[in-house]
Design a protein around this ligand. Structure first.
Ligand code: GAP
Length: 590
């Protein structure tokens, strides 16, 4: 990772934000090459997710939205991480990310205050097995000195207490951490000049909620019917307790999210007479009318995997984590994380969740405006149901809604109250009444990816070192970024063989001017040609075009107006006519 970060800085991919003032943790800037890399990834995602599809539309919403959105979504109340501070250095940790430690714990106590009132201050230090007790005494002394306590005394004898696999101590100095407490990750700001509590607003922690909030507007202004999706790319902000692993966990980052709205399985069953369920080997190539949520979920996992494969992240570097049990949010039916094998570990690149109708239902309840879709086919299908069929349907729904209330309560380690169960029953009745008129709140499949994480993954995957002999046979270690041509920031380097031959330079400039409007090119006439190739290899340029004496017709008229094209990875060289060069390159960059 250090080598990748160093190359990224040296060649202008990624810089620390505000570096001239010492930087600011969790914020990163993209230099000229990084900006191109990100733009390519963003464009490829946009093209795959909306331009090439008939059933997905784009959205570009604001970062600051009405704060009620974050109340309805649950972010105000529950979007938090547990945080703990070192009692000695005040360094902040994400409590569930502190390394597990074992060793001996030594406890101390000291009286704080004066004659007017004293309070006992306890403190503990963990010393790894094999280390002397003295190091605990030293840390404790510092802790009590900071508080002006001189008479701190060890507790529990000299032996200490054996502790295993604890996260309660600072791994750097052994000092005790505070009890974990929830820390809301949303950045707060004020809208308007008065800056009172009533003016509090949030920088969005995800782009998804804007899509839900604009669901009806998009539906009403487009000719889409469920199933269809709305996608968005944009900045998101999270005040991460411990940003880390370079850009992997940042405080400001970009998300690429799709909310794909589908019929509830009950509507699919009513209209199609059956619901296709996923099984090993199921055909996911083309969506079908009879697909239930599970097929749609698997379909999007397959689509997103194909996207990654198409930009050079093969199945060998991807992995999947299917969330289960307590990992799953109570409203989620399934969630799979697509993971990438980063140098620091196999970590999440994208989450694909089947979120049921949770989000739109929440907004419907909070804003008081229907967030439903009217499905004519459903209305026609249920019109044929007799009373007995309807009654049995309602009964099943009531059981299901009550069970869900029970599960939600169980997550909070309690039983559902009678009131909650009665409310669940009333909601089930209402849901059925709306269903019988052809109305429902669509369910959602949400593929949610991080652009910065993807840029990092692509950089890590591209990074290669190779030993190469120069013209004198001296072996040198070189770095090559083997970007897939689709994502490479610079597509082609253009080089006159010699810079002191005006005919070569003029021709090279001509070729550059011809290609520049169609692809990102880099013109370079300094240094030996091998050196120029190496410089472009290091930033991942897939093709190099050299204008040489053949081009000028000096090696025979049949070679006039041809150039040498060199491939970055194989080193293979081709002679290509200038008139065919653009098509030749575009065919290999697509
Ligand atoms: N709307 C669902 C959602 O936001 P998430 O798993 O919290 O889900 C989705 O985030 C993706 O956004 C992640 O898979 C990751 O790629 C990216 N992401 C989340 N937090 C991030 C952070 N602090 N820094 C960089 N990327 C982040």
């Amino acid at each position: 990772m250090e080598k990748i970060a160093s190359l990224s800085k040296r060649r202008g991919f990624i810089f620390q934000s505000s570096e001239i003032y010492g930087g600011i943790a969790g914020f990163w800037d993209y230099g000229p090459l990084g900006a191109e890399l990100k733009r390519n990834l963003r464009d490829l995602w946009w093209r795959a997710m909306t331009r090439e599809r008939e059933d997905v539309l784009g959205l570009d919403a604001t970062i600051i939205m009405h704060p009620a959105i974050w109340k309805a979504s649950g972010h105000v109340d529950t979007f938090s991480d547990p945080m703990a501070d070192c009692l000695l250095t005040q360094k902040r940790f994400r409590a569930d990310h502190v390394d597990l430690q074992s060793g001996m714990v030594y406890r101390f106590s000291g009286a704080l205050g004066d004659e007017g009132g004293k309070s006992e201050v306890g403190f503990a230090v963990l010393v790894p097995a094999g280390k002397p007790r003295e190091s605990a005494l030293k840390v404790a002394k510092q802790f009590y000195e900071q508080r002006g306590v001189k008479n701190a005394v060890p507790q529990g004898g000299e032996q200490g207490e054996k502790v295993e696999n604890t996260r309660a101590f600072n791994p750097e100095n052994g000092a005790q951490l505070t009890e974990p407490r929830p820390f809301n990750l949303m950045f707060r700001t004020f809208v308007g000049p008065t800056a009172t509590d009533a003016d509090v607003a949030y920088l969005r922690p995800e782009t998804a909620q804007a899509i839900f909030a604009q669901f009806r507007n998009v539906l009403d202004t487009s000719r889409q019917k469920v199933p269809f999706g709305i996608c968005q790319i944009g900045k998101a902000f999270r005040n991460e307790v411990t940003p880390k692993n370079y850009t992997f966990r940042s405080r400001e980052f970009e998300q690429m999210e799709l909310e794909f709205f589908i019929k509830p399985d009950e509507a699919v069953a009513a209209v199609c007479g059956e619901v296709a369920r996923w099984h090993e080997g199921a055909d996911l190539s083309e969506p079908r009318d009879n697909w239930g949520w599970e097929m749609w979920h698997r379909y999007w996992v397959a689509q997103r995997t194909a996207f990654y494969n198409g930009i050079g992240l093969g199945t060998d570097v991807l992995d999947y984590y299917w969330q289960e049990g307590d990992d799953l949010a109570h409203y989620a039916r399934a969630c799979v994380d697509i993971l990438f094998k980063f140098p620091f570990g196999t970590e999440e690149l994208e989450g694909i969740a089947a979120r049921g109708d949770f989000d739109l239902t929440q907004h419907q309840q909070h804003c008081g405006k229907p967030q439903e879709f009217f499905d004519e086919e459903l209305k026609a299908a249920v019109a044929g149901w007799d009373e007995a069929k309807r009654a049995a349907f309602v009964e099943r729904k009531v059981v299901e809604f009550r069970a869900k209330a029970g599960q939600a309560a169980a997550k909070a380690r309690r039983e559902a109250t009678a009131e909650e169960l009665a409310s669940a029953e009333a909601r089930a009745q209402h849901w059925c009444a709306r269903f019988f008129t052809g109305n429902y709140v669509p369910h959602v499949i949400e593929p949610s990816a991080g652009l910065d994480r993807l840029a990092l993954a692509v950089l890590c995957e591209a990074y290669h070192e190779e030993d190469k002999a120069d013209v004198n046979g001296k072996v040198e270690r070189r770095t090559v970024l083997r970007f897939h041509p689709r994502v490479a920031p610079v597509k082609v380097g253009i080089f006159p063989l010699l810079k002191n031959r005006p005919e070569l330079v003029a021709k090279a400039r001509e070729v550059y001017a011809m290609l520049k409007p169609h692809m990102n090119c880099f013109y370079d006439e300094t240094a030996a040609i091998g050196r120029r190739y190496a410089r472009q290899d290091e930033v991942g340029t897939p093709f190099g075009v050299t204008i040489d004496f053949e081009t000028l017709g000096e090696k025979g008229p049949e070679l006039a107006d041809t150039v040498t094209v060199r491939e970055r990875d194989s080193g293979d060289q081709h002679r290509v006519r200038i008139s065919e060069l653009r098509g030749w390159l575009q065919g290999r960059l697509a």
